[in-house]
Design a protein around this ligand. Structure first.
Ligand code: NDP
Length: 450
């Protein structure tokens, strides 16, 4: 039956391979769940859960500094609101299309269900590329984007946040436009600046969370980060704070990357070097290649599209935190990592490993934390930001970090226990899918056919 459903999903939207990939992984995990719970099957929960509740697609016209008019496309996928208002990030990247956002929204539903905070799943964005644009161009784009999106969102309806290409600057511009159009201050976006309702630790949360999740996985084998060599990909929000937390916990991060290439620094990216990366990426908006000019001990390898592997994953290490984008670890990369002695993969990015790669990790008993569990710290802390906005209060750094840490411990426990219960101990993919699905499915059952 699930194979039939999977084929139907492909037939309905044949041009959405990333969405098919995300659906396939969840449906595979659900076989064992549906065996124990036929009530989900008869209520057609799988059929309902793969179909977005609503898809919004719109024109985003804006004016460049030189007077040229550009038209981008905007999207918001409101995937599932069974357990709370739609919640999920906005991605601004030229690769953005409906299929990629549907995959992200679908993953978000299960991820949010694991956070212990009542949040449904959504995702949105645009094919706009903030790279190389002036601040004023980014502002005009964000204002135009929000001039349509504002009528579909709200603090009890749909609360977007950041993702690739959407950081504090973009959230600020969109929040300003929403406030102007609605004449209302509300916590309608998360990832806001500290001065206007943002939460401490939200910028750090996804990277820290992925490291906390990895720490829990290591503990199941009586191990820790102490002395571990770690690979991190990306050099944006998630990569930066994953690097910071791993270093704090005794590990040594030796790689970072961007869409141009990767750097390898055998001595490790310590706090000073990370401060340089943060300035380079967040303020000067430069390329990671500049790291190797600044630190001559480091090696820079530009992307070579003729290669069938990513050189970053070929360096010898113990742990890996993919934190750039989807499908950045191929089967060949995964095999190289296993051969090189990697024992832990905790995904900061969403779906960074192709399905064959995931199977290689699982078959080799790698501690493998899939994104929908391991990177849930970001949305969890967004949930904490919403809670603070709702009570017009703000919590201290320690308070938010403690809550984040406890949520990651709880997510790990839910995934770990579900994997055992459904007969695949240590399989966090099955565990996260099953535990997230059950929470949403029970809520859908309770609410009838809507
Ligand atoms: P940023 O925009 O801050 O950073 C993204 C990084 O990944 C940049 O270094 C970017 O390089 C690189 N990158 C992006 N696309 C590609 C690509 N196609 N090929 C190679 N490199 C690429 O985004 P985030 O750090 O916020 O997001 C990273 C990942 O984490 C994404 O998968 C996102 O969905 C996921 N995530 C983020 C959360 C958050 O709270 N921010 C929450 C949960 C998941 P360049 O600058 O050259 O584009």
């Amino acid at each position: 039956m699930l194979e039939e459903l999977y084929q139907k999903v492909i037939q309905r939207d044949p041009a959405q391979p990333e969405f098919h990939q995300a659906v396939q992984e969840v449906l595979e995990s659900l076989e064992v769940v549906l065996e124990k719970h036929p009530e989900y099957r008869s209520a057609r929960i799988p059929e309902r859960i793969v179909e977005p509740e609503r898809v919004i697609m719109f024109r985003v016209p804006w004016v460049k500094d030189n007077g040229e008019i550009v038209v981008n496309r905007g999207f918001r996928i409101e995937m599932n609101s069974a357990i709370g208002p739609y919640k999920g990030g906005l991605r601004f990247h030229p690769s953005v299309n409906l299929g990629i956002l549907k995959f992200l929204a679908f993953e978000q539903v299960f991820k949010n269900a694991l956070t212990t905070i009542p949040m449904g799943g959504g995702k949105g964005g645009s094919d706009f590329d903030p790279k190389g644009k002036s601040d004023l161009e980014v502002m005009r784009f964000c204002q135009s984007f929000m001039s349509e999106l504002f009528r579909h969102i709200g603090p009890h309806t749909d609360i977007p946040a950041g993702d690739i290409g959407v950081g504090g600057r973009e959230i600020g511009f969109m929040f300003g436009q929403y406030k102007k159009l609605r004449n209302e201050w509300s916590g309608v976006l998360t990832g806001k600046g500290r001065e206007y309702g943002g939460s401490l630790i939200r910028p750090e949360a996804t990277g820290y969370g992925a490291v906390y999740f990895g720490e829990e996985m290591l503990k199941t084998r009586g191990d820790s980060y102490n002395g571990k060599v770690c690979l991190v990909s990306g050099s944006g929000n998630v990569a930066q704070y994953a690097t910071q937390k791993v270093t704090e916990l005794g590990g040594k991060v030796v790689t970072l990357s961007d869409s141009g290439g990767c750097i390898y620094d055998e001595e490790g990216i310590d706090a000073d070097k990370l401060a340089y990366v943060m300035d380079l990426k967040n303020i000067r908006r430069g390329r990671i290649s500049e790291y190797a000019e600044k630190y001559p001990g480091a090696v820079y390898t530009p992307v070579d599209n003729s290669l069938d592997y990513n050189p970053l994953w070929a360096y010898k290490a113990d742990c890996a935190f993919p934190s750039a984008t989807q499908n950045e670890i191929s089967a060949k990369d995964a095999q190289a990592m296993v051969n090189n002695g990697v024992i832990l993969v905790s995904e900061g990015a969403n779906m960074p490993t192709v399905p064959e790669g995931v199977n290689i990790f699982i078959d080799n008993k790698i501690l493998y934390g899939p994104g929908k569990a391991a990177n849930a710290g970001g949305v969890s802390t967004s949930g904490l930001e919403m809670a603070q906005n709702a009570i017009f209060s703000s919590w201290s750094r320690e308070e938010v970090d403690n809550k984040l840490h406890n949520i990651m411990i709880s997510i790990h426990r839910q995934a770990f226990e579900a994997a055992e219960y459904y007969g695949s101990p240590g399989n966090y993919v099955l565990g996260a899918n099953a535990a997230g699905f059950r929470k949403v499915a029970d809520a859908m059952l309770a609410q009838g056919v809507v």
